[in-house]
Design a protein around this ligand. Structure first.
Ligand SMILES: [Zn+2]
Length: 147
């Protein structure tokens, strides 16, 4: 077993698990390394990108940010690699880059649920990373409030 030095996810030789609890004493004996998700954070590798476009981005800016962060929290409890890399805002457009592709889709769906509009999902978008070893492709999701 190995432990991630950043987020304390545990690697059992097959996969990383962020929710596994290991006694502190035992943690100290494990070999430390960086997990896949923390490596992607460090190298700024995003498998998911969400493009948000709508007047709520400016009119309800605080609420929007909270919503995005809460979605990250919920998803991360289920999958340790569901993390936000960065959030950029320009006028009524916002771009959220995520470490895994799943979180990007969840965030966009949350916007559709809250503010209607339309989402489009583009898988394995050109210009993004090619498929990695775990065959987790890249995804770009577009949400438009007034399509
Ligand atoms: Zn980690």
């Amino acid at each position: 077993m190995k432990v991630c030095s950043q987020c304390y996810a545990i690697f059992d030789g097959r996969k990383w698990d962020g929710n596994r609890k290991v006694p502190k004493k035992k943690l100290a004996e494990l070999e430390t390394t960086l997990c896949t998700a923390c490596k992607r954070m460090r190298d700024k590798v995003a498998l998911g990108t969400v493009y948000l476009d709508g007047e709520v981005i400016t009119s309800r800016a605080d609420e929007i940010l909270r919503m995005v962060r809460r979605e990250e929290e919920i998803e991360r409890a289920r999958n340790y690699s569901s993390r936000i890399l960065d959030i950029r805002r320009r006028g009524q457009k916002m771009t959220v880059r995520t470490v895994n592709s799943l979180l990007a889709i969840h965030i966009a769906k949350q916007f559709k649920k809250a503010f209607k509009g339309r989402i489009e999902i583009f898988k394995d978008t050109p210009g993004h990373m090619p498929r990695n070893k775990q065959s987790e492709g890249t995804v770009a999701v577009k949400w438009t409030q007034n399509p």
